[in-house]
Design a protein around this ligand. Structure first.
Ligand code: DGL
Length: 261
């Protein structure tokens, strides 16, 4: 099974992309809804919660692990990669690689939760490419608005205009959507920021990495359990499960409540 963890339901956007491109593998998903949101929490908590969640997925049969949450990828991946013995994927590096290939002017923007932006992980990842000028913007209101289903809402458009203003002024030509939820605002963001800016969905970048890993590691690939009876688990009853799973995954899911610590 491919084990996917997120702070909540947003990781279903990543799940959707994994299922789209590698539909044969069974997914086991864990959303840490009891501790949501991660985007405003302190790094030491995010590290230990992420470890709990990955351990839970491992103990429940995942052969390959994905940290779908960008905030957890930003703060916890470096800490966890030594500790976790199974193949472990995160959301930041794959999108940075794509951005490096796409940008012509070198002016790259990143939007994310306050935690992701504060981690400064993107500056560190781009540091070896001096031609890149990075512009970062935290967008704390996006997640709650999306979780209300306000995708095409006037209020979301106004908020998005405000958040994107500094990036438009900075004349970026590439924008990384550095949060599980933001691909749902892809069309709105494109509309505001203009067609000349290349928008990068990190889930697409992640799946390229996973497929490349499978190509190079067929022994591991062959071991992964196949099937379409995917299993979704949460540490507390998720808010707006039907609506958000329809938005993120194009279908409603049944979630099972489990204890992960
Ligand atoms: N999943 C989080 C992320 O991608 C967003 C929601 C949260 O703050 O927990 O950063």
């Amino acid at each position: 099974m491919i084990g996917i963890f997120d702070s909540g339901l947003g990781g279903l956007t990543v799940t959707k992309e994994i299922l789209k491109q590698t539909p044969e593998y069974k997914i086991i998903y864990f959303g840490d809804t009891a501790r949501l949101p991660y985007g405003t929490k302190q790094p030491d908590l995010i590290k230990s919660w992420s470890e709990n969640n990955l351990d839970w997925l491992s103990q429940n049969g995942a052969e390959v692990l994905v940290i779908a949450c960008h905030t957890a990828s930003s703060w916890a991946y470096d800490y966890l990669r030594e500790k976790i013995e199974k193949p472990l994927f995160e959301m930041v590096s794959p999108s940075v690689e794509i951005a490096l290939n796409k940008t012509r002017s070198g002016r790259v923007g990143v939007i994310g939760t306050p935690g992701t932006i504060k981690s400064d992980i993107y500056s560190r990842k781009f540091a070896s490419s001096p031609r890149i000028k990075l512009f970062q913007q935290a967008c704390p209101l996006f997640v709650p608005m999306i979780e209300e289903g306000w995708i095409n809402h006037l209020a979301t458009r106004e908020v998005a205009k405000e958040y994107l203003k500094p990036l438009i002024e900075a004349k970026i030509d590439t924008l990384i959507l550095g949060c599980t939820h933001y691909p749902l605002l892809g069309d709105l963001i494109k509309d505001i920021i203009g067609p000349s800016v290349e928008i990068i969905d990190p889930a697409e970048a992640l799946v390229l990495k996973i497929k490349d890993f499978f190509d190079k590691n067929s022994a591991i690939q062959n071991k992964i359990k196949k099937g379409n009876n995917h299993a979704f688990h949460f540490s507390a009853q998720p808010y707006n499960l039907e609506l958000i799973s329809r938005l993120c995954l194009d279908r409603e899911i049944q979630g099972k409540i489990v204890k992960n610590d």
